[in-house]
Ligand binder design. Sequence first.
Ligand code: 4NP
Length: 165
Amino acid sequence: MSSTQEPPISVCFVCLGNICRSPSAEAVFASRVQARGLAHRFTIDSAGTSSAHVGERPDPRATRAASGRGYAMQSRAREVRADDFDSFDFILAMDVNNLTDLKRLQTLAKHPRAQISLLRDFDPASPPGAEVPDPYYGGKHGFERVLDLCEAACDGFLEHVLASS
Ligand code: 4NP
């Protein structure tokens, strides 16, 4: 089968609120695949383990930091669902709490197939178990740090996916 006929590789980035870290990772990864001419090969989404911000646009501090680097944040927050484990190839958590919550929710999925990992496990420069820290209660430096970490990890993740597809 030629590559144009293969189903897209589906990726969902997950944090707590889906208004800071995971939409940032989504925007970074979408920009990376777009820059490589690979947008048609991916379905990219994000979600939160909490319902607290469902329907909201990303935090303005995240949007501002992302736009400073040329990333567009277009998503609205949604809560991760059990059927996401059936439909996505990869579900990438920002921190260990997100990962723990995802593993619990995965037990409710009917036909789970997603590979669940910490996003930073794909950054070759990060130690195992490294997290993207929650920037919500901090200053704008935290949002720049989120982007730094997402850029490094998304690059590593894209290399991983392309090498194994
Ligand atoms: P996120 O950040 O999980 O990266 O979207 C947060 C957003 C909201 C809250 C905490 C973290 N909150 O407590 O409302």
